[in-house]
Design a protein around this ligand. Structure first.
Ligand code: C2E
Ligand code: MG
Ligand code: MG
Ligand code: MG
Length: 284
């Protein structure tokens, strides 16, 4: 990188980089104790049928209530936890807690149809040999049927995945657990590759939804979404869209044939009580 003319700016940039590295280091070191002290909590964001606005489930999104830095989003600490391996016990905690929560909602809304819970998995969890047995264990203890759980894996985590990596996902899928391909469209996976993966849901990345906001909507992205939806449906996959922020986007995506949606237009991620309230209300 070229040195900037003003030496000061360069030093400032260096100092900022140092400060960030120090924070990263501090956060990384604090992770294990944070897990023991229960500093993590989960917010839930409803998943909504595009057709009628009814809530059919929620995605669990982890946060860290840090004693000095306040509430930190997952982008600040999941990569650190992934790097140190702490993601395995942290991920297990998220799974256990959110599955228990989902069972609780189900019990209180027995007439509300099948309520589902989506949980994110990071690449290291996929490689961990305990994934299948831990998941079975968590479901059994909570009394949740496997069909109510959806595990979200990013497209990039599965790029070039060999059979060893896919085996646990296949086992889970055979038990009835849904596997979703998260942030779909941001990786470079071969679409034909989809047939090989044990996935039943595509979660279309937020960037596609955002392009719907342009007036007129970006024609190329419209065509791409249309293509993805028809491909997905021909492979019997459901399509969920992320990041729906406006009614216009929701209408457009409904028109394009997407099945379910998630986004601020419906609800921001929030406390479990919020989902309870939305379930009582029938629709968002
Ligand atoms: P993701 O799985 O793609 O989750 C969706 C992200 O989009 C969430 O960010 C959510 O708050 C945000 N979002 C939802 N609706 C809207 C909207 O309408 N507009 C905009 N601009 N954003 C919206 P969040 O909670 O910061 O999570 C970021 C990522 O962290 C997640 O992306 C997921 O990859 C990861 N993550 C979250 N919880 C966990 C976890 O328990 N385990 C693992 N391994 N990863 C997690
Ligand atoms: Mg996700
Ligand atoms: Mg996503
Ligand atoms: Mg995303």
């Amino acid at each position: 990188r070229a040195k900037s003319a003003g030496g000061n700016r360069f030093e400032t940039a260096d100092a900022e980089a140092d400060a960030r590295a120090i924070t990263r280091h501090g956060l990384t070191n604090a992770l294990p104790a944070a897990l023991e002290r229960n500093e993590f909590f989960i917010e839930y964001q409803p998943l909504v049928h595009l057709g009628d606005g009814s809530v059919h489930g929620a995605e669990a999104l982890v946060r860290w209530c840090h004693p000095q830095h306040g509430v930190l989003g997952p982008d600040r600490f999941i990569p650190l936890a992934e790097h140190t391996g702490l993601i395995v016990p942290l991920g297990r905690w998220v799974l256990e807690e959110s599955v228990r929560q989902a069972r609780f909602w189900q019990k209180r809304h027995s007439d509300g149809g099948p309520l589902r819970i989506n949980v994110n998995l990071s690449p290291m969890q996929l490689h961990h040999p305990g994934l299948v047995s831990d998941t079975v264990d968590v479901l059994e203890r909570a009394g949740l049927e496997p069909g109510a759980l959806c595990l979200e894996v990013t497209e990039s985590a599965l790029i070039g995945a060999d059979d060893d990596l896919l085996k646990p996902l296949r086992q889970l899928a055979e038990m009835g657990v849904d596997i979703a391909l998260d942030d779909f469209g941001t990786g470079y996976s071969n679409l034909a590759n989809l047939r090989r993966l044990p996935v039943s849901v595509l979660k279309l990345d937020r960037s596609f939804t955002q392009s719907m906001q342009q007036h007129p909507a970006d024609a190329v992205d419209l065509k791409i979404v249309e293509g993805i939806v028809s491909l997905a449906h021909s492979l019997k996959l459901a399509v969920t869209v992320e990041g729906v922020e406006t009614g216009a986007q929701a209408a457009q995506l409904r028109e394009l044939g997407c099945d379910t949606a998630q986004g601020w237009y419906y609800a921001r991620p929030g406390a479990p009580d919020r989902i309870h309230t939305l379930l009582l209300a029938d629709a968002v």
